[in-house]
Design a protein around this ligand. Structure first.
Ligand code: ADA
Length: 569
């Protein structure tokens, strides 16, 4: 499965994943190991490949003719694409989708080869040994599409709640603006038109002219969208937005179907407002990680995680520390679960950020993330650079550039960054929301309330984050599943449960806080080199373990989240 809904009716699509591919390791002692595997998958789940870090080849045949668009939803972490033995594309970063356009393929069978590399090295500024695993494999779906000379590359829809001047008085109504990116892959100029429909209602038709090989974005006005209901956690209403591209003979030649939600995210002083109502985030930080699937979780496993999140009383998932699979975001859209999504980065020092590939790899990730995920109503905020060097002058330059890039791509959502720089962060003037990762009672034994109050007051008195919404984007403690002991020392389930209880109550009871994300939903695998501080080479701060088995803290979090109003000031 590629998406939670059909994204094309006119464009002919075929999923190349969810089928057998040939796999072969290309290096090391595993060199020559061959398997038939289902894609998406991670090779760490193939026998004998559990610790393989290097290059491997995936291949399969496909039938095609003419102009073909191949879309890879995620290859971990560097991909080189060959068709019939010729390199036709490449991509860095496991967590963003990319396309390869093949022009005028002769009719018949063709060979697709994907060389995948998950090694660490100078050219990888973001996939580095870290407190999560950089898996290897074709870890998300692969699609083959037939396109004509011109096609719809993407459509972004921005819902706007504003006064409906077409009616007297001050009634407000939902409006929508569409931006449509069109590509002409031929050497001839193109003339035609696009029609945009919301469900079955035509909302606009515009003429289109494209020079040969031109890519162009055309924008509609803000158009009144009658008879729509808002998207919110209680009623996550979704609507199909269909864009049809016609040629000058008015014959439909391509289409793009998106699914949108009418919701408004706004900031009022120190409050986050969803559709005009103040919200308090009860969230969980979640890696895409599973002992049986690596980072390539199937739909059923994704939904099981969301069922647990809802059972816990959570209303938000913080997708750490990279853009997530669109299938997961589709599930969040359908179930009214708010998502904090962020570009791919975790804990990079200034030295790491000075890697010559860092800025380009971050900016590409941000652009690909927002281009692909813009229409998900569940995403309410864009994050950058989790716990990177926001306390240094050079770091600040990078943060500013990335905040500016996000704003240029999407000025409809607030921005933030999860900081760990205590009272040295110098970047709170740029984002709309101030966010911190804190671990009182785990990495240090300061009482939670005291630590939180001290930090919050410093932000208000000494930084440009004064008066902005303030989120705790990580807080938690470790526990080894099954380790219970009357001493209740650190790493026992008892210690984690007691600590999370204090931490959640302290954050909920602080009237400056707009929410909390527990670190973390489930235990997850980390890089082998992190073994010294990570028993089992796992990050064990989950409230369930990697098999989603509940620790004592599960019921404690559930009871507090479900009755959060009791603890709020
Ligand atoms: C940081 C980091 C997380 C995780 C956490 C921990 O806050 O953002 O990815 O490493 O620390 O477990 O210490």
């Amino acid at each position: 499965m590629v998406r939670g809904f059909e994204t094309h009716k006119i464009r002919k699509c075929e999923e190349l994943s969810s089928a057998l591919w040939d796999f072969q390791a290309l290096a090391g002692t595993e060199k020559g190991k061959e398997y038939q595997v289902i894609v998406p998958s991670c090779w760490e789940n193939y026998p004998g490949m559990e610790a393989y870090r290097g290059k491997a080849m995936y291949s399969r045949a496909f039938e095609a003719e003419g102009n073909i668009r191949l879309e890879f939803k995620g290859v971990s972490h560097t991909a080189t694409i060959l068709v019939d033995g010729k390199t036709v594309g490449s991509h860095y970063n496991a967590y963003t989708a990319f396309e390869v356009i093949l022009r005028n393929l002769p009719a018949g069978m063709h060979t697709l080869e994907v060389i995948v590399d998950n090694s660490f090295g100078e050219e990888s500024a973001l996939h580095i040994p870290n407190d999560y695993q950089s898996y290897g494999g074709i870890s998300r779906a692969v699609v083959k599409e037939k396109i004509e000379d011109a096609y719809v590359k993407w459509v972004h829809f921005t819902p706007v709640w504003k006064t409906n001047k077409q009616k007297d008085g001050t009634d407000k109504a939902w409006f929508g603006k569409a931006e449509i990116c069109l590509c002409n892959v031929s050497n001839e100029d193109f003339e035609g038109s696009i029609e945009v429909k919301l469900e079955d209602n035509k909302i606009v038709t515009l003429p289109v002219t494209l020079q040969k090989n031109e890519t162009k974005v055309i924008e509609t006005e803000e158009i009144l969208c009658s008879n729509v209901e808002m998207w919110c956690p209680q009623t996550p209403n979704l609507y199909y937005l269909t864009t049809i591209l016609r040629n000058k003979e008015n014959v439909p030649m391509d289409d793009c179907i998106e699914r949108v939600g009418f919701r408004e995210i706004r900031i009022e002083g120190k409050d986050l407002l969803l559709n005009g109502k103040k919200i308090f985030i009860k969230g969980l930080c979640r890696h895409e990680d599973h002992p049986q699937f690596g980072c390539a979780l199937p739909l059923e496993a994704m939904q099981y995680d969301l069922m647990l999140a809802k059972d816990l009383g959570a209303n938000s998932i913080r997708a750490v520390h990279y853009p997530n699979d669109e299938l997961f975001l589709d599930l969040c859209d359908e179930q009214g679960i708010l998502v904090w999504e962020e570009n791919h980065a975790r804990g990079l020092s200034e030295q790491d950020m000075r890697n010559p590939f860092f800025e380009e790899q971050c900016e590409t990730c941000i652009t690909e993330m927002i281009t692909a995920h813009y229409n998900h109503p569940s995403i309410y905020i864009w994050g950058i650079l989790n716990e990177c060097a926001s306390h240094t002058e050079y770091g600040e330059q990078c943060y500013k550039k990335q905040y500016d890039l996000i704003k240029s791509l999407d000025d409809s959502r607030p921005r933030s960054s999860a900081s760990c720089q205590f009272k040295t962060d110098r970047c709170f003037g740029y984002p709309e929301v101030v966010s911190y990762n804190i671990y009182p009672q785990w990495y240090h034994d300061t009482p939670v309330k005291e630590y939180l109050e001290d930090l919050y007051n410093w932000v208000q008195t000494d930084t440009e984050g004064n008066g902005k919404p303030f989120l705790i984007t990580e807080i938690g403690a470790g526990a080894i599943y099954g380790y219970r002991h009357p001493s209740q020392v650190k790493w026992t389930e008892e210690y984690q449960a007691e600590t999370l209880s204090k931490q959640i109550k302290a954050v909920a009871g602080h009237d400056g806080c707009s929410g909390i994300y527990i670190w973390q939903f489930c235990d997850g695998r980390v890089s082998d080199s992190w073994f010294h501080t990570r028993p089992r080479t796992m990050n064990n701060k989950g409230i369930v373990d990697e098999y989603r088995r509940r620790k004592l803290s599960y019921d404690v979090v559930k009871e507090i989240f479900s009755g959060i109003e009791t603890y709020k000031k």
